[in-house]
Ligand binder design. Sequence first.
Ligand code: SF4
Length: 340
Amino acid sequence: MLLEEVQDLKAKWGKEIILLAHHYQRHEIADLGDRLGDSYELARAASEAERARFIVFCGVRFMAEAAEIVRRENQVVIHPAAEAGCPLADMAPVDRAEEAWEHIAGVRGADKVMPLVYMNSSAKLKAMVGRYGGSVCTSSNAGRAFEWGFKEREAVFFFPDEHLGRNSARGVGIPEEQVVVWDPKQEGGGIEEKALKGARAILWKGYCHVHTAFVPEDIQQARERFPEARVLVHPECPEEVVKIADGAGSTAYLVKAVENAEPGSTLVIGTEINLVSRLARDHQDRTVIPLKRSLCPNMFRISAKRLLDSLRSLPEPEVVTLPKEVKKDAKLALERMLSI
Ligand code: SF4
């Protein structure tokens, strides 16, 4: 019933509405999406949605904020679950990040360190990075963003995901001894000045609980049970997991790997469970198995009922808003990402 009403309202508003759904959404929401994608693909889709007046974003708050930053003047962004945040994004409050930047820039020089912020962060943090000449990146283009950062400056300061930062630094050939971790709970990030001066990658101590749930033993067990399987994981997983997997990459990479796999093949995937189970559902001629059941409860907050309530509120919905200054500076950092 609820889903039928959602479909009726979507049909009623036609091209005036675009529904963007992240891959980690429940199946019924993902299936309703005009576009299904990862945070990078959906930021692009929002910036390209010329005809829609209403951008309905089914994902977590930082994603809806990113759409609000890139939307056109005549559009509004609607987030059906305003309270659906992301604990990883919350691990880097902007005032703590500013303190860290001040310290690092004081030791190294502001023109020597490139700030790179993961898409999974607040709009205020993106704005800070925009002001200091840096870029946003996602798991799809983190490697390219690191290469760009090193071309422009001596070192990169990446936040808030330590694991994506570590895996990306290793991917572009930065030796382990030139990687340091900034712990916001410690004085000076807990990094000795000598180490900070020699570091090429400075990583914020933050993590996604959905992806750090995976441990090397999960891969060993999967290999025992399915010796013929390829094991693929997301780069927000810890380095020791990424290192022993057969491959690691963004959500888009994992989706493509399953789509391109030979019929009859077996893939074990280490990422959010809704995506893995949908890949299994949609590719029944190959075997797709979750490395472990790991659910993002924040993504799960958007239900058919919440989506329906948002659509019923048209044409006067509650919309995502951001201060003008924040939008302007965050847009700089997002546009740098889209051009890298
Ligand atoms: S999967 Fe992790 S990073 Fe993504 S929204 Fe959920 S908690 Fe945040």
